[in-house]
Design a protein around this ligand. Structure first.
Ligand code: ZN
Length: 322
């Protein structure tokens, strides 16, 4: 499948079309019950008048509903996904998801409101729900192999940005928000997180949750936070950025810098300001897009929608880069 806005507009004219489209992405023709995981052919609850069914309140619904042959519960392609239980039309969801998957710098809530006739609140809500969907699944494996770790700071005066390794962005008290990024040199996957500070303890917590230390050669700059945890790793190399050194053992540590610069460009250009509480959501969005940058927009959308289910297409293995 290869999507584009015109192709989607042609294919998805009604709510029922949008349901069918999601069914295709999620189930690939073989519906799976999201309640019990049964793959036994479920019953399709055929609409009485061909396209729409009457709801309890008497209004018409174009929802496509299935009934599980095993647990007898009803479900649709929306059950258990970020699209479930909202007032936004499924058609709108599909288009906004595609825009989020295909725009390099993200999408502004105001733009979505205007284009799709949403209220301010629901435009904002739709985008944040999609960001939730872009968070990797909890069962995703740990990073290993060659992993680059680096930090950056959000907020504060632009003039301080290049001085972030020392200056006010260091381990002392600061109004800037530190973010650590872990980049796999093998797969190009990025995992980033807003952290309270860059002390050894904070870094250790994030890294132990994301990286298999015993199987990892960690690459960092000379930040003192990393010295405390270096012993846990198979190997540790650090470069001295201050002395203008950017490559050691064939690994450029400015790998993470590329990620940070794109992230900052986008937040400045598209969103202007990100509150601390939402930063982790934006990071999830950027990690997703950056980690899948070798894929087409359609493949990215398939991955995002496909992994909304509890029991299929859960694997998250970005294509190798380089
Ligand atoms: Zn079931």
């Amino acid at each position: 499948m290869d999507f584009s806005i015109p192709a989607l507009a042609d294919k998805i004219r009604t709510e029922a079309d949008a349901y069918e489209f999601l069914e295709e992405l999620r189930w690939d023709g073989r519906p799976v019950c999201p309640h019990c995981g049964s793959v036994r052919k479920p019953y399709f609850l055929t609409p009485k008048d061909g396209s729409a069914r009457k709801t309890r309140t008497g209004s018409k619904s174009e929802r496509r509903v299935w009934k599980c042959a095993d647990c007898r519960k009803q479900f649709s392609a929306l059950t258990g996904t970020i699209f479930h239980g909202t007032k936004v039309s499924v058609r709108t969801w599909v288009f906004v998801v595609f825009e989020m998957c295909s725009s390099k710098n993200g999408v502004a809530a105001r733009e979505i409101q205007r284009k799709y006739g949403l209220t301010g609140k629901s435009g904002w809500f739709v985008l944040h729900r999609i960001r939730e969907g872009m968070k990797r699944e909890p069962i995703a494996g740990l990073l290993s192999g060659r992993v680059v770790a680096d930090e950056t700071w959000f907020g504060g005066k632009p003039s301080n940005r290049h001085d972030h390794k020392r200056g006010t962005g260091g381990q002392g008290v600061t109004d800037k928000q530190p973010v650590v990024a872990l980049v796999s040199r093998e797969t190009g996957e990025v995992r980033s997180r807003a952290i309270p500070n860059v002390s050894g303890d904070s870094l250790q917590r994030v890294i132990s949750e994301e990286v298999d230390a015993a199987r990892t050669h960690l690459h960092t700059d000379e930040g003192t936070g990393y010295l405390k945890i270096a012993d846990d790793f198979l190997a540790h190399s650090s470069v001295n950025h201050k002395a203008g050194e950017y490559v050691r053992d064939d690994v450029p540590t400015n790998t993470a810098e590329n990620y940070f610069s794109q992230l900052k460009r986008s937040i400045d250009g598209t969103h202007h300001h990100v509150s601390r509480e939402h930063l982790n959501r934006y990071l999830a969005e950027f990690d997703f897009r950056f980690s899948t940058c070798n894929q087409t927009d359609s493949e990215r959308m398939q991955r995002l929608v496909g992994r909304q289910v509890g029991n299929r297409r859960l694997s998250y293995r970005p294509a190798p880069r380089e």
